[in-house]
Design a protein around this ligand. Structure first.
Ligand code: ZN
Length: 62
């Protein structure tokens, strides 16, 4: 479980700072990181388009 904003590894989920984005739950070490994520989530997680492109590329390799 990793804080996507500062990259810190979290020993256990901090439910009070969790956020849901595009069906995924993300956990943060502090409200400050959560606020940064809320401001610009796309900056911290791969976009759906990027994930689809990756998938298509890996299929073309085979
Ligand atoms: Zn953090």
């Amino acid at each position: 479980m990793r804080d996507p904003v500062c990259g810190v590894e979290l020993d256990e989920p901090r439910t009070f700072t969790q956020a849901e984005y595009e069906g995924q739950i993300y956990y943060f070490c502090s409200m400050e990181c959560r606020k940064k994520f809320d401001t610009d989530p796309d900056h911290f997680v791969p976009t759906v388009l990027e994930r689809q492109t990756e998938f298509q590329n890996s299929r073309m390799d085979h």
